[in-house]
Write a protein that binds this ligand. Structure first.
Ligand SMILES: NC(=O)C1=CN([C@@H]2O[C@H](COP(=O)(O)OP(=O)(O)OC[C@H]3O[C@@H](n4cnc5c(N)ncnc54)[C@H](OP(=O)(O)O)[C@@H]3O)[C@@H](O)[C@H]2O)C=CC1
Ligand SMILES: C=C(/C=C/[C@@H](C)[C@H]1CC[C@H]2C3=CC=C4C[C@@H](O)CC[C@]4(C)[C@H]3CC[C@]12C)C(C)C
Length: 534
C-alpha cells in the first residue's frame, strides 16, 4: 500500500504535466459544470434574497456560539478551505482557528435603476461576468481570473487593466453587510457606519465576516478594440505606457507585459459596439484552440511597433478572462507542451483550476514553489516604474512581467484622516490620486533555471525593502517576509487599529499580519501545540 502511495506521489511530482492533463483537467471541467448548474438552478428556482436572510442568521448564530464563553485565545476565520484560495498559501491558521461557514454563492439582485449588483461573498468573477455581460453590464474593476471571489477581493484587494480609471476593486463597493465577532449583523457604506466601511478593504477578514455587498455596475459593450505596441526599448515603452495610463481621457484598459529588461508590449483598449467592429480583425482569443494569450501578445514584438500598432477586436468576456487559460503564464511551467497546436486543438478546452492544482500539490512541489518560484505583486508610484523594474531584474530576473496601472487615492480631507490600509500617496493630483503601477512577477527566477544558487528570502526581503521606501505596498495574497514592525511601516494601521479595538475588543479575529505574513507562523504554531502546520 505504502509502495503504491509513494509511486503515486512520485508520478504527481515528476510527471506533473501528464498528471494535470489526464486527471486534473477532466475533474476541473466536471467541477465547473456542477458549479454553473448549481448557480443556474438557484437563480431559476429559488428566491435567493429570502434564502440569504436565513443564511446570514445561521452564520451569525455560528459566530455567537463560537465567541460566547469562548476559551482564551479563540480566533475566527472563514471555513473556506485554504486550497480554494487564489494564493500559494494553504492558510495554516485554518487548522487552529474556529472555522465559520459562509456558504453564500449567490447573486441576489441586479438593480438597474440604482446601477448596482447585490452579491454574496463567494460569488466569483467568472460567475459575475457570465451573469452581467449578457445583461449589458460589468463591474468597473473585474479581476481577470474566473475563480477570484467577491469576499477575497473586497476584504483583500483586486486590480485590473481598468484600475487606472477606477482604482482598486474596493473603490466601487457601495455597501457591505458584515457579521461582527459579537454576532451582530451590520450594514455599512459611505453614509452608514462609515468607520467600519472604510476599514474593510485589505482587512483580510480580521474585522468581521462579509455576508453580502453591493457593487456598482457600468454599461458594457460587446467587443474590446485593442491596440498592441511592441517596444524594443525600455524607455520608449514606459513613456508610451505612462502616457496612456495618465491621459485626461484614457483608454478603458491599459496594461503592459515586459518580455525582457528592454522589450515590452503596451496594450491599450476600449469597449466598442458591434457596428464599430472591423470583422476581419476579430480575434476570439478564448476559443479552445487559440494559443495561450501571453504567447499571442509576445508575437506583437515582431508585428507591431510604437508607430504601427496591431489592432484586433476581442469579444468582451474573452478579454476579461484573457489570463485565465494559461494562469497568466504559470501553466507553461506545469505543462511545457500545453501551447503546442496539437495540444490546443485536442485539449485546449481544459484549464486546471488553481484550487485543484493546490489540492494535488505534493510536498516536493510545495517546497519548490516556496524556494524556487516567485509569485509577487508590488505596487509602486508610476514615476518609479523604471527603477522598480531594475530592482525586480536584479533580485528576481523573471520574465514575462505584468505591469498594470492603478489610481492610489489620498482619502484625507479637512475633517477625515486618511483611513485606507495603503499609505497616502506622496503626490496626489487635484483629483486626489497618484497613478501607481502593479508589477507582477510570476515564475521561476533565472538563477533557478540555470541551477545557480537563489536565496528566496534574501531576494524577497530586498524587494520588500525597496517597495516600502518607495511608498509602495505588497499584495498580500503573496508570501510576505516582512517582520511585524516592517509590516506596520509598509501599511497604514492608524484607522485599522482603531476599528479593530472598536469592533473586536476581545481579539477574536487575528491581526492582518498574523493571517498573511510568513513571520506569523510562530504565532499559529504556539496555538497549534503539537499539530503540524504547513
Ligand atoms: N487581479 C487581482 O486582483 C488578483 C488578486 N488576487 C488576490 O487573491 C485574493 C482573492 O482570492 P480569493 O480566493 O477570492 O480569496 P481568499 O480566499 O484568498 O481570501 C482572501 C482574504 O479575504 C478573506 N475573506 C474572504 N471572504 C471573506 C468573507 N466572506 N468574510 C471575511 N473575510 C473574507 C479571507 O479570510 P479567511 O482566510 O478567513 O478565509 C482572506 O483573508 C485576494 O487577496 C487578491 O488580492 C489574486 C490573483 C489576481
Ligand atoms: C495577483 C495577481 C495574479 C496572481 C496569480 C498569477 C497567482 C495568484 C496565486 C498563484 C498560484 C497559486 C497556486 C498555485 C498552485 C501551484 O501548484 C502552481 C502555481 C499556482 C497555480 C500559482 C500560480 C500563480 C497564481 C495564480 C495579479 C493579476 C494582480
Amino acid at each position: 500500500m505504502g509502495f503504491l502511495y509513494d509511486m503515486a506521489v512520485n508520478f504527481m511530482t515528476e510527471q506533473r504535466g501528464i498528471f494535470v492533463t489526464v486527471f486534473l483537467m477532466p475533474v476541473s471541467v466536471v467541477w465547473d459544470i456542477m458549479f454553473a448548474l448549481r448557480s443556474w438552478l438557484i437563480m431559476a428556482l429559488y428566491s435567493a434574497p429570502e434564502l440569504h436572510k436565513q443564511r446570514v442568521q445561521e452564520a451569525s448564530a455560528q459566530v455567537r456560539d463560537a465567541t460566547t464563553n469562548a476559551p482564551p485565545g479563540t480566533k475566527l476565520c472563514t471555513a473556506r478551505g485554504g486550497w480554494l484560495s487564489i494564493s500559494l498559501s494553504l492558510r495554516p491558521y485554518k487548522k487552529v482557528a474556529t472555522n465559520i461557514s459562509i456558504n453564500m454563492y449567490d447573486i441576489l439582485e441586479l438593480n438597474e435603476t440604482e446601477s448596482y449588483v447585490h452579491v454574496e461573498p463567494m460569488v466569483n468573477m467568472g460567475q459575475l461576468s457570465h451573469y452581467l455581460i449578457p445583461r449589458g453590464y460589468t463591474i468597473p474593476v473585474l479581476p481577470e481570473m474566473d475563480d477570484l471571489t467577491v469576499g477575497g477581493l473586497f476584504m483583500g484587494t483586486g486590480i485590473e487593466a481598468s484600475s487606472h480609471k477606477f482604482g482598486l476593486f474596493d473603490e466601487f463597493v457601495i455597501e457591505a453587510e458584515v457579521i461582527l465577532a459579537s454576532g451582530e449583523v451590520v450594514t455599512c457604506s459611505k453614509t452608514q457606519n462609515r468607520d467600519l466601511f472604510d476599514a474593510l478593504p485589505w482587512s483580510y477578514g480580521t474585522l468581521g465576516f462579509l455576508v453580502s455587498c453591493k457593487i456598482k455596475v457600468i454599461p458594457c459593450k460587446p467587443y474590446i478594440r485593442i491596440e498592441y505596441r511592441g517596444c524594443h526599448n525600455k524607455k520608449q515603452g514606459l513613456e508610451l505606457f505612462t502616457k496612456a495610463s495618465c491621459m485626461d481621457i484614457p483608454p478603458d484598459f491599459v496594461e503592459c507585459i515586459a518580455y525582457s529588461s528592454e522589450t515590452m508590449v503596451v496594450m491599450t483598449s476600449d469597449m466598442v459596439d458591434e457596428d464599430a467592429v472591423e470583422k476581419d480583425k476579430i480575434n476570439k482569443i478564448g476559443r479552445w484552440y487559440k494559443p495561450w494569450y501571453f504567447k499571442h501578445v509576445e508575437k506583437m514584438l515582431e508585428i507591431s511597433s510604437p508607430e504601427k500598432p496591431h489592432v484586433e477586436y476581442i469579444p468582451v468576456r474573452q478579454f476579461f478572462h484573457r489570463w485565465t487559460s494559461a494562469i497568466f503564464w504559470e501553466l507553461e511551467q506545469i505543462i511545457p507542451f500545453g501551447n503546442h497546436p496539437l495540444y490546443r486543438a485536442l485539449l485546449g478546452w481544459f484549464t486546471p483550476s488553481v484550487a485543484l492544482l493546490k489540492l494535488t500539490q505534493t510536498e516536493a512541489i510545495r517546497k519548490t514553489y516556496e524556494e524556487q518560484h516567485i509569485v509577487q505583486d508590488m505596487l509602486v508610484p508610476i514615476s518609479k516604474t523604471s527603477e522598480a523594474l531594475d530592482v525586480f531584474d536584479t533580485h528576481y530576473q523573471i520574465y514575462p512581467l505584468w505591469i498594470c496601472p492603478y489610481r492610489q487615492y489620498d482619502y484625507s480631507d479637512a475633517t477625515t484622516e486618511h483611513r485606507h490600509f495603503l499609505r497616502k500617496p506622496n503626490k496626489p493630483n487635484k483629483e486626489g490620486y497618484e497613478m501607481y503601477v502593479d508589477l507582477g512577477a510570476y515564475g521561476v527566477p533565472r538563477p533557478c533555471l540555470e541551477k545557480k544558487p537563489f536565496d528566496v528570502i534574501k531576494s524577497s526581503r530586498a524587494v520588500e525593502k525597496y517597495v516600502t521606501e518607495a511608498n509602495g505596498s505588497q499584495m498580500l495574497y503573496a508570501t510576505s517576509y516582512l517582520s511585524r514592525d516592517e509590516f506596520r511601516e509598509m501599511f497604514n494601521h492608524a484607522h485599522y487599529d482603531k476599528m479593530k479595538q472598536k469592533v473586536d475588543p476581545n481579539d477574536f479575529f487575528p491581526q492582518v499580519y498574523e493571517k498573511v505574513c510568513k513571520g506569523a507562523m510562530n504565532f499559529w504554531q504556539a496555538k497549534a501545540g503539537d499539530k503540524k502546520l504547513d
